[in-house]
Unconditional design. Sequence first.
Lengths: 137, 326
Amino acid sequence: MVHGVVLARTSHTDVDDLVQDVFVTALERLKDLREPAAFGGWIATIARHRATDHTRRQPLTEELVNDVPSPKQGDRLEALAILDAIKSLPEAYNETLVLRLVEGMTGAEIAERTGLTPSSVRVNLHRGMKLLREKLA
Amino acid sequence: MSDYLWDKGGDPDPEIERLERLLGQFAWSGDVRLQADGDRASNAGRYVGILLLAACLALVVGGLTLAFRFHPAVPSWQVTTTAGQSSLPVGGVLETGAREQASFNVADIGTVRVEPNTRLRLLDTRAGNHRLELLRGTMHATIWAPPNQFFVETPSTLAVDLGCAYTLTVDDEGTGLVSVLVGWVGFKWRDRESFIPAGSACATRPRIGPGTPYNERVSPQYREALSTIDFTPGSPGVSGALTLVLGESTERDEVTLWHLLSRVPASDRDRVFDRLAMLVAPPAGVTRDGIRGGDRKMLDLWWDALGLGSTSLWRTWSRQWTDNSK
């Protein structure tokens, strides 16, 4: 879940380092967690802040690819373009879509692990998917 | 209502399936590449670090959840042995026979299993501070509380649980050995401290304190050489022992080399500096002269570069356990 939350906001090349940062920060701040049942939402918040902070500090970069991509590179190019399209959606939608389409979680799992209500996740998924289809059309 | 976007049920949506196939390459793989030859240590360390941190957090939060639901603090511990059940009050001693094992819950934060021929004393148990003294023998601890709540005193060190599972042994001379299965253990004796990660071990000696942590897969000669460096300082064998350690150290031994930076004589620090620098480049702000002089800030910077978590984490806990042990 943390991986997906971070990926929704940053370059995929930076995700692993940031995920580790999130877990270290969570361990440092664990004493601040008053209600264990709120752990999912709590660590998701840490992940959002860390990813957003990282993105603000980074210069804009692009992944370089060959002029004539192989079929495998073609898939990767298309995937990167779709990922960029998802990231351009409003925040409520992009994180939910990344967790569903990239991390493979179901709506119920997203709700359970992020602390969002199932109805919110369902709305975010469907509205986000509608916007994504329009962008990719 | 079931639909493919929500729960992957119902009729598959071809467009969503295509997106899943394309985007799946960016998913968290959970790939652990421990000791893979040729891999940069930072990569392996990163994946292992993430998994260990996640495992610790899961255990800690799971334990907290159970504690919040079911258990108030308990004033003494119930011990189960092959002979039956008994109570271990504060100040009480538990001693197992030659064929006897025992186990007990550490209040509501963990469990301890005790091997035969072990003698230990319960020193304290209250919220946030549970303390045993291992006088002799072997105990296995699994702790799911946040770090810095479970302490084991031995004749030669104070073992601080930084989460999550370890085995601690003390022999009749007071010599100790910790072997860490999951998470981290901190060893502290006066100003000397060691951080021992999962997969590593560390010896302690009375009146000296903790030695240098080492990966459990190092050779017997490597362990013996570390013992010479740690526990017979000033002896003629130290220089040769250091040569062996430096020669055999690989990426898995970065923690060992980092500890040695501040433990070998100043005249030998350049050699450790050079070997560690070959494995993990000293980050900006770290100089040879500074390390030679034992600069704590530079040591911390280099530790951070190992990819095992920020030193601020360990320093915070170190301060806390020092305060708690007063």
